[in-house]
Ligand binder design. Structure first.
Ligand code: NDP
Length: 419
């Protein structure tokens, strides 16, 4: 029996809300609050006849802590699920602390305005000290650890698929499959085709920033940074086939490096088609990925935001997308003194997701873990005061919930390795 406030009503939130409504005995009451209330109302209206969960809606600007506090005080939720954008992570954490409510999200903080001099100074210091230059990192949210501990509240960070399930796979491998883990390769393959020459599968601004940043991986506890898209491999994915994949910086490498300090190398690869890469390079070359505002005919325009307005809404890709995703982790290490390899992954079918919840698999593979993470928190299985990432909790009930609610695991004990 619990009351949950979901902030955001985009592609991922919509799936998470659908799934919460399938578990009405835990998610008894849900408030969907976002910037555009009409989207919340439309989803509430669609779901109401199908669920026992009591759904209400609200308008909120999650950049404004006072608005958030007023909403949380009036609704009195047990948990706030932040499924808006990473830009709002800190304001929502502040509001949760002010109101004494547990918090979770699906992506770590990054600022909307990367030209802000105050943020830039901290960022440049971090680039030098830590050795990677992505705009996002965990330091901002880890800085809340003591505040959440003192308040007796839990904050769960990055509970989507990657980050999220990939870290639960690591915790599972460490708990059940290995005595020592030497290497972790996280492989994110989207074998789906939406028929557009260029579109992003989730929020274009967040997606393009991530993909156009330099790649990096962790080796012997240190970051190694490489030019964007400069390490390419081919891999033959179960139920998808051969795909080109590229080494990217990804946020879970940072937390895994901290929580599994003995692992010698942690890398992340994502598949991209040639058309996507060609378009992205061209857009970058002409300045369309810039977050710096320009003045056009007397109006201020942020190029990447303008691009977002031109591109297909990720939520609209659902009916067009065919094919499967395959996301998982390959481990090498030892068990009982013997060398061992292990691959744990999930395969998800875009069209099956669309039939079930009206979204493609990228939103589905993020929204289902968000619901399952909330389920862990609300049922008391993942609660401890402080700020944590997924690998810091018991992976077993979470993976069982994923098996049950639409993202079952597959395993391979003799996988092809990535060189
Ligand atoms: P969308 O752009 O589809 O949705 C974002 C939602 O947040 C929209 O409903 C938007 O409202 C709302 N929003 C934005 N700004 C505000 C604000 N200031 N106040 C209130 N609401 C706001 O994004 P996605 O659903 O694709 O992504 C959601 C999150 O999931 C992101 O943080 C993304 O990084 C993360 N993600 C995580 C993955 C993982 O595996 N861990 C994978 C994919 C995404 P409006 O309708 O008005 O625009």
């Amino acid at each position: 029996m619990s009351k949950v406030l979901v902030i955001g009503c985009g592609g991922v939130a919509s799936v998470a809300i659908h799934k919460c409504c399938q578990v009405s005995d835990v998610f008894t009451e849900l408030c969907i609050a976002s910037r555009t209330k009409s989207k919340c109302d439309a989803l509430a209206e669609k779901l109401a006849p199908t669920t026992k969960t009591k759904i209400t809606t609200a308008q909120v600007d999650a950049d404004d802590v006072n608005q958030l506090i007023a909403l949380i005080k009036s609704y009195q939720p047990d948990l706030v699920m932040n499924i808006a954008l990473p830009y709002q992570d800190l304001t929502i954490m502040d509001a949760c602390l002010a109101c004494g409510v547990n918090y979770m999200d699906t992506a770590n903080y990054e600022p909307e305005n990367t030209d802000d001099p105050a943020w830039r100074a901290i960022y440049e210091k971090r680039c030098k000290e830590a050795g990677f230059s992505a705009y996002f990192d965990y330091s901002w949210q880890w800085a809340y650890k003591k505040k959440f501990e003192d308040a007796g509240l839990t904050a769960l960070l990055g509970c989507g698929f990657d980050p999220g399930v990939t870290q639960a796979y690591c915790a599972y491998a460490a708990k059940h499959e290995f005595d020592t883990i030497d290497t972790i390769d996280i492989l994110d393959c989207n074998g789906g085709d939406h028929g557009y020459a260029f579109a992003t599968n989730f929020n274009p601004e967040i997606n393009l920033r991530e993909v156009s940043a330099p790649g990096s991986y962790m080796e012997n506890g240190r970051w190694v940074e490489i030019p964007a898209m400069s390490i390419k491999r081919e891999y033959d994915f179960d139920q998808v086939g051969k795909k080109d994949m590229y080494l990217l910086h990804h946020e879970e490498i940072e937390s895994l490096g901290k929580n599994f300090p003995d692992v010698k190398r942690i890398r992340f690869f994502m598949t991209f088609g040639q058309s996507y890469l060609d378009h992205m390079r061209c857009l970058e070359d002409v300045g369309m990925l810039s977050t710096t505002p320009i003045n056009y005919n007397g109006q201020e325009i942020v190029p990447i935001q303008f691009l977002k307005a031109l591109l297909p809404d990720p939520a609209s890709l659902g009916p067009r997308t065919k094919g499967k995703t395959n996301i998982g982790c390959i481990f090498t290490g030892t068990k009982d003194g013997q060398p061992k390899t292990y691959y744990i992954y999930n395969v998800c079918d875009h069209q099956a997701c669309y039939r079930e919840v009206g979204s493609q698999a990228i939103s589905y593979t993020t929204g289902v873990p968000a619901m399952c993470g909330a389920l862990m928190m609300l049922t008391g299985q993942w609660t401890k005061p402080g700020v944590y990432t997924v690998e810091e909790f018991n992976p077993d009930p979470f993976l069982d919930a994923l098996d049950k609610y639409g993202l079952p695991r597959s395993e391979n004990r003799a996988p092809a390795l990535v060189d």
